[in-house]
Each structure stands twice: as structure tokens, then as C-alpha cells.
Design a protein around this ligand. Sequence first.
Ligand code: GKR
Ligand code: MG
Length: 429
Amino acid sequence: MTSHLIRHVRVTPIAFRDPPLLNAAGIHEPWALRSIIEIETDSGLIGINESYGDLPMLEALAKAAPALTGLSPWALNDMETRIAALVTPTQTASEFLGTQVSLAPGTHVSKTVAKVISAFEVAMMDLQGQLANAPVVDLLGGAARPAVPFSAYLFFKYAEHIEKPYAPDPWGEGIKPEQMVAQARRMIGEYGFKSIKLKAGTLLPEQEAATILALAKAFPGAPLRIDPNGNWTVPTSLKVVEQLRGVLEYYEDPAPGLDGMAEVARQCEVPLATNMVVTDLKEFRRNVEMGCPVRIVLSDHHYWGGLRATQRLATLCQTFGLGLSMHSNSHLGISLTAMTHLAASVPLLSYACDTHYPWQDDEVVQGGRLQFDDGSLRVPQTPGLGVTLDRDALARLHDNYLNTTIRNRDDLGQMRKYDPAFTGHQPRF
Ligand code: GKR
Ligand code: MG
């Protein structure tokens, strides 16, 4: 009988073009980083995954990878124990973060174990699916829905990066409400999304609120969300939500910290959602102890510890009567496919998920860009994740990585190139 034990783990850092998207921390750099993980068995099977590509993550993956040698692809619990023993950080979160605003929990050092486990778990489940001749969604208990809806994720943006590293993206400037309506029309036209999310916390709150009102007028009935990433004070949060009365599906991270969110929740009827203040079980417990000011948890398997850990999060949300949706960061198709398998397997996850996918124009999987149908992605039915690596694309994206000096995401530093006085301290408004 052929044995299928893990022989080798390969991690390839990649970089791909990312537009000048504005957020509370600053602005996106011209290149977004990811890592592509390949786990190979001694029988020659290869399981793949995509995760964060910043330097601390690459170091953690490199440190953890040898621990997988000799493991069965089915031994997820054993893998988790070995990883936790190897990569539990000694650095405290505040030492790592300094004064910089972290919008992406994925860059947080306290998430290292969860991130590395997730990075390997998905690739091991891809292997399991190949061995069992079953799609990952079936390993997760089967599909609760055949296709997963995503939302149109709008960003205020400049027309071009300050360094002009390549030709401007086709989206143009997105600052004025009418430009944002045009951005939404284009994105919805191309992908068919039904819900709209606006990344906020970057222009004056009145201008951002006016944008939501313009979107509500242009897309009557479309579920709308606004996410200033905790960059508004409690009074500003309350003022904006009053201006948007009757318009929002949920209100994402208006004010900083769980205490700030709780203060907003006390005086506002719209349910609060977060990917900033409930990002692990400790924070989940605190939210419950405070009477659940946050009503919707925006999950993300990349930092919640993997697909199965996110399913456990769903059970917890159900227990406490909370809703569940899905957060994203700049990513390519392997992440998107894993998100789709997971979201399909969780009955509770009934909101349209976030995705940055329309902002990227590259791909690392064979067949190129994934195709949305009416704003949704069908759950792959082929074994494992159902996507395979395009080796030429991987080599090209790795070359991009070698040719850029970016090694850690730094939206604040990038914004200082435009405005040297920008501090990024929050809440700004
Ligand atoms: O890509 O700029 C961005 C987003 O702001 C991202 O960093 C956030 O983590 O999309 C995320 C969010 O919903 O907060
Ligand atoms: Mg958010």
C-alpha cells in the first residue's frame, strides 16, 4: 500500500499589484505580499494554500515547516500541537505593533500560532480531499449552500500610486460620491454583487456618509455596510449612524476598542460588526461578558486558526445568538477558494462575505481569474480545494517579490510619502 506521509513543505513568497486604496492606517503600497504553501507527500501528492506574506509570517512558517515531516495529512490535531510548541511568540503584541494602527489582525503577532496552523491546515485538507476523492467542503460536513455570495468592497482611492511603478489601474480616482457610485456600478456590473461595503475612516466622515447615501439612492434595497476601522470617536460614530438611519445592514468597527464599540452599541439600533475587537476566543469571551455589544463577528480562517476553528467559532456565535460573516485582506484565488469552501459549510454564515478579489488583476491558479456568477462563487466539486498552481504564474509572482523591497505591509509609511505629517493615530475623526 502506498504511504502518503508528508515529505516536504515549500513556502514561496509572492507579490502582486495592489491599487492605492485608502484606509484608516494610510494607503496600500503598490505590491501586496502573500505566501504560497505547498505540502508534498512521499507519494508525490501536493496540497496547496495561500496565506500572509510579511516577513514575521515567513519566518514562522519556515520555523514550523520541518515539524510536519513524517505526519499523515489527516493528523491535523498532531500538527496543531507541534506548531504551537514551535512558534508561540515571546514578543508581546504592543512591542510588535508600536503606535501603528493595525487594521489587519493578520499582521498581529499574537495570531502567529493560529495563522501558521491555518496555513498548514488548509494545505493538509487539500491533500485529504485528494486522498478521499472529496472536495474540502465535504470534509467540513458538506455544503449548506451550493454557492457563496460576496459583496462589492468599495475603497476610496487615488488614481495612481505616488511612485508610478506601473500603468494606473482601470478603476480611476474614487474620492467624490459620484466616483464611488461609478466604482460600485463597475464592480457590480463585472461581478454581479448584491451587497455593498464601503471602506471608510479616511476622508471626512460627512463625505463618507454622503457616499453611503449616494449608494443607497443608486442601488435601492442593496444591503450596505460602512467600515471606518475604528477611526471615529463615539460621538462621530453616533452622528454618522444617525445620518444613515434606515440604510445600513450592519455598522462595522465604527469606534476603537470593545469599550468604544459598547458605547456606540448602547445608543444605536444598527447591529455592530467587527474584525478588529473580536479576533480570538479571549476577545469573544469579553464581548459575551459585556452583553454582546458586537452582534456580528467577521471571521477569517487565515487568523482564526483555520477552517475547522472557524466552524467552531460559528457554533459559539450560534450559542450566543450572534451573526457571522467573513473579513478579507488583499488575496488571490487560493484564499478565495478556501473561503468559499468554508462559507459554504457554515449555515450561519448568511451575509455576503468580504473579498478584495476585484482589486487584484493577477492569479496564481491554473485557469486564471476565478469567475463569479451573479455575485457568488460556486463551491468546487473536484477533490481537495479544487484549484491547482500555475507554476509559471507562481514564478512570475515570486520574481515580483524579489524585485520589490516591501517585506512588511506598511500603509502608514506609504501614506507618509503623500503626506509627511500623517500620523495614523486613531480615532482621527
Ligand atoms: O485592505 O485596507 C484594507 C482593509 O482595511 C483591511 O486591511 C481590513 O483588514 O478589510 C479589512 C477590514 O474589513 O477591516
Ligand atoms: Mg473591517
